[in-house]
Design a protein around this ligand. Structure first.
Ligand code: PRP
Length: 177
């Protein structure tokens, strides 16, 4: 039977941090250049929706999908592109939007992959980063929260596809579900 996840970051805390990040991004990109926000499926959908709606600068939305091999075991760090952006991002300012950075392999791969499209710039936003799990060095320019080594769900994050649509970030034990 499903147990209700324990609240780690409340809906209110998320919304107020998302607003702060949106204000920072709106200030940083206030150059008249369109910003292309690239959401990484599936987990980023909620953060992308809230963050994009709170910006005060012109922006467009793209999605990208990847799959990673060897996750949760001895990670090879191999990431495979499943779906590329649809629009032309050459010469545009790109902001990759992630729900979580864990080992960092996915974000590192995406930065390199998107740079091959010759954008004007590539920056990164993630709602959550697992501070102690990094296996590669990767910059998160706009970070919501650092957390410990916990299994988190909600606000886009799932465990076996469950709990993605919770409005808060909760902690589960994988044996709960
Ligand atoms: C999660 C998250 C990142 C990646 C981060 O996606 O959305 O894309 O893992 O992990 P890393 O830093 O160790 O590379 P996941 O594979 O769970 O897919 P999903 O978003 O479709 O749930």
């Amino acid at each position: 039977m499903n147990k209700e996840p324990k609240v780690l970051i409340s809906e209110e805390a998320i919304q107020s941090r998302v607003l702060e990040l949106a204000e920072q991004i709106s200030t940083d990109y206030d150059s008249g250049d369109d910003l292309v926000m690239v959401g990484v499926l599936k987990g980023s959908f909620m953060f992308l929706a809230d963050l994009s709606r709170r910006l005060s600068i012109p922006r467009t939305i793209e999605f990208i999908a990847v799959s990673s091999y060897g996750k949760g075991s001895i990670s090879s760090g191999a990431v495979r592109l499943v779906m590329d952006v649809r629009g032309n991002i050459e010469g545009k300012h790109v902001l990759i939007v992630e729900d979580i950075v864990d080992t960092g392999h996915t974000l590192k791969y995406l930065i390199g992959m998107l740079k091959s499209h010759r954008p004007a710039s590539v920056k990164t936003a993630s709602l959550i980063r697992k501070a102690d799990s990094a296996e590669v060095d990767v910059d998160v320019d706009y970070l919501g929260f650092d957390i410990g080594d916990e299994w988190v769900v909600g606000y886009g994050l799932d465990y076996a596809e469950q709990n993605r649509t919770l409005p808060y970030i909760g902690v589960i034990q994988p044996t709960d579900v």
